[in-house]
Design a protein around this ligand. Sequence first.
Ligand SMILES: [Zn+2]
Length: 216
Amino acid sequence: MNVLRALYELLYPPKCPFCGRVLEKWEEGLCALCGETLPRTSPQETREVEGCDACLSPLWYRDGAVEAVRRYKFRGARGHAAVLGGLMAECLAERWHEPVDLVTWAPLSARRRRERGYDQAELLARRVGELTGIPALPALEKTRQTETQSRIEDEAERRANVAGAYRALPDADVRGKRIVLVDDIVTSGATLAECAACLRAAGAGSVAALTLARAR
Ligand SMILES: [Zn+2]
């Protein structure tokens, strides 16, 4: 370990993304307790999303996963993308045996991205790309602000909220591509369905969704 890195870790000791505890020297990425108690989904518990051939998520959206998403998304812990994206890459490798040409993501609007300083789904997708060797590239844009999906209870309203809010980037080359579409959480599936429809309309060969966590 070089001196700068040692100094950096002294000032900013790495913490567990799930419980926030400072990691022990021997703990890698997440603490031992969270490693054993994370609310993991099983491969048998499948989830359907319109327009997607699969919807894979390593975790249920509860307990530590809720805290992790909060820290990562709303408290600026962008560095946690490394561990969280790692869980997603693992899930993809274990449960998706079809060939994949491209990893992309459900993007924030330009305004929301400016406010947050980063796009949480993009960082997860890029991490998945890095670990799997599949190119991770932007293919969609969000063309208007929408109400935060988690604030809307009704499923039909959630659909209406995101209807027409995305489009395929004009220079994105998705024709015939087998795509993995990344987002942080799947709840009603409305956002993923909308994004998948845009990708398919632009000629995508297939779309499989991959999220960190699955609600309900
Ligand atoms: Zn922990």
